[in-house]
Design a protein around this ligand. Structure first.
Ligand code: ADP
Length: 282
């Protein structure tokens, strides 16, 4: 068998425990010893494994299994959350995916507790849920821009841990991925959006203002990792300057999560031989 290009399991290489964001290299590829070409080849292969596992999860869901997987993606603008949705989640059957993106809360959402809109989008049994941003915005953008007072946001870490405990107990495996792009790479990605007519729709002038808040965001992200990376719902820290690595790493994390469910094909709920006889005679 060919030697694996991974020097350690991805879940271990990206585990958030004890990480110092100030020392993170966004262009690193922790645990992966190959380059871009090897990464792309492996991604094609591993996407098929992911797709097979997802079909099994879906089949079990159809047979009444209430378990699900929820991928939570957090990251600054241009970190590549959309690319993960398109390229990683795009490789599995869309009927098995519950996707939700969370932007600035609508007036109706603002009238409720911040977890209200999150609860409404939780994946059903048999589904892979994908959150493009999430309840964590309520301890990130909200903290950085003082959208609520500190005594309000500071209670949310424990509340989120309890909320996620509930989800896990109900059969959801959480895969939380925080994506970090360097300020230089972000500048390049934003410049590309301004250079191309087909990218204007992705550009938001406010993204440039947010760059000035990076130190405050780093502090908020650090607090999020320190306080909400739990045994039941750990965070993974993904250096995101190299898109091919981001996609490969998230694919592996999802394969890990699905493999952990120990899925098999659900047994037939009918007598197979009898149905074969009936079909032959029809
Ligand atoms: P994107 O920029 O990811 O393509 P949108 O423009 O629809 O998506 O919305 C994202 C914006 O919504 C981000 O600036 C994000 O910080 C903001 N946002 C998300 N959740 C909240 C929240 N709970 N409170 C305030 N702003 C939020």
């Amino acid at each position: 068998m060919a030697k694996s290009p991974w020097s350690e399991p991805v879940a271990q290489a990206l585990r958030a425990d004890g990480i110092e964001l100030a020392a993170l290299h966004p262009s690193a590829t922790p645990g992966f010893e190959g380059g871009k070409a090897a990464g792309a080849r492996l991604l094609a292969e591993r996407s098929r494994v992911l797709s097979d596992l997802q079909e099994k999860l879906f089949a079990n869901g159809r047979s009444g299994d209430s378990r699900s997987v929820l991928l939570v993606l957090q990251g600054m603008d241009t970190a590549g959350k959309g690319g993960i949705v398109r390229h990683v989640i795009g490789s599995v059957d869309p009927q098995g995916v519950d996707h939700a993106a969370f932007g600035v809360p609508t007036p109706a959402e603002k009238r409720h507790h911040y977890l209200w809109r999150i609860r409404k989008q939780l994946p059903r049994g048999g589904q892979i849920g994908v959150f493009d941003r999430s309840h964590y915005e309520d301890v990130l953008v909200v903290r950085v821009h003082n959208l609520v007072p500190p005594e309000v946001w500071s209670t949310r870490y424990d509340e989120i841990n309890e909320f996620e405990r509930e989800l896990v107990d109900a059969g959801t495996t959480l895969v939380k991925v925080a994506m970090f792009v360097s300020l230089d790479e972000q500048k390049k990605r934003l410049a590309r959006r301004l250079d191309r007519r087909d990218k204007y729709w992705k550009f938001n002038p406010a993204d440039i203002d947010e760059r000035g808040f990076w130190p405050a965001y780093r502090e908020a992200y650090q607090a999020m990792l320190d306080r909400t990376s739990t045994a039941h719902a750990p965070w993974y820290v993904l250096p995101a300057d190299r898109k091919w690595f981001s996609r490969l790493a998230v694919t592996e994390l999802l394969i890990d999560a699905l493999s952990g469910l120990d899925l098999d094909w659900p047994p037939a709920r009918f007598d197979v031989e009898e149905q074969k006889r009936r079909l032959a005679a029809s």
